[in-house]
Write a new protein. Structure first.
Length: 316
């Protein structure tokens, strides 16, 4: 009988309990359904005793940052406030594991830590959509994708939440066949299993009930040109429609105007960068298409009710 695959889950403080459960439970259920131990796992943390997740629950672990002894995969799981959890000790631990040949993986914001270690340059990577703006600014060499998971790279990644279950079901199917993966999904009452190529976020069409291709493309153009915002007339010309028609589409489907909607996209990105990055206010203003820091601050205050500096300080 072949030996059970051994996964190590390294839990950082404030890790996502949802992502952790979705990663671990499919393995437990696979053992149950198969009637034999196909998988075993070890839980580790920085202190080797426990790890506290973002909802306040405490998980006891088996070990600390010691060698994994030829684990089949070391998964790093984190959650909110991941930037403050990247210590030199954590990076050294991961580098030692990588040097010893341990295959690495990351779930939820764990990809941030691996990117910080320099492991993801040129690698297709899935990370929770809330971190995409931060990655774009801090790790431009990472090939970020909006997929729920990426399993074809040497470093495999899942974007978080239930995407961890999708990844594990994929791995179970690869190792032990699709029938077992389907049985495990059935035991989980999980009937919406996604392939890795599935998008993380609900499409604009589904979110707003829209079916207008021009509007969807207009919003995509806005998202692609946040650093160099284009005018509604430019977008309309690219779509080969009139500016007036573009205005009507935004009014009908989004109860907004192209100019107002685009500004909200830029300000929301600025808000993400203020909380998630250490970039200066000037750098964030530039990254969001504002040529003047004073103008950025004025618009930001008008939208959120406080200055960028105050926003960063309050949510830090």
């Amino acid at each position: 009988m072949s030996e059970a695959s051994h996964f190590v889950f390294f839990l950082l403080p404030d890790f996502s309990h949802l992502a952790f459960s979705c990663a671990l439970e499919p393995l437990r259920i696979a053992n149950l359904v198969a009637g034999k131990p196909l998988y075993r796992w070890t839980l580790t943390s920085q202190d080797g005793t426990s790890a506290t997740c973002s909802n306040g629950s405490v998980t006891l672990v088996n070990d600390g940052m010691t060698p994994t002894k030829h684990a089949d995969r070391l998964f790093l799981i984190s959650g909110i406030n991941v930037q403050s959890q990247v210590s030199s000790q954590v990076l050294s631990y991961l580098r030692r594991e990588r040097a010893s040949g341990t295959p690495l993986g990351a779930i939820c914001s764990g990809a941030y830590v691996l990117a910080k270690a320099g492991f993801l340059d040129g690698v297709e990577t899935a990370v929770h959509w809330a971190y995409h703006d931060l990655f774009g600014e801090e790790f431009p060499d990472v090939k970020l994708v909006r997929n729920v998971f990426v399993a074809r790279s040497k470093v495999i990644t899942a974007s978080g939440g239930t995407a961890a279950a999708d990844l594990m079901l994929h791995l179970i199917g690869q190792q032990h066949g699709a029938d077992l993966a389907i049985e495990v999904a059935d035991q989980m009452v999980y009937n919406a299993v996604r392939e890795g190529s599935a998008a993380q976020r609900v499409s604009l069409q589904s979110r707003h009930g829209m079916r207008n291709a021009h509007l969807v493309r207009a919003i995509a153009m806005m998202e692609e040109t946040i650093e160099d915002p284009k005018s509604p007339s430019w977008i309309a010309e690219e779509l080969d429609i009139s500016t007036r028609q573009l205005e009507r589409l935004f009014g009908r489907y989004l109860n907004s105007t192209p100019k107002h909607y685009f500004m909200e996209l830029r300000l929301n990105r600025a808000q993400n960068l203020l909380v998630q990055s250490e970039q200066s206010i000037t750098e964030i203003a530039m990254a969001c298409g504002f040529r003047s820091t004073s103008h950025f601050s004025k618009v930001f205050r008008g939208h959120f009710g406080r200055s960028p500096i105050s926003h960063r300080t309050t949510l830090a």
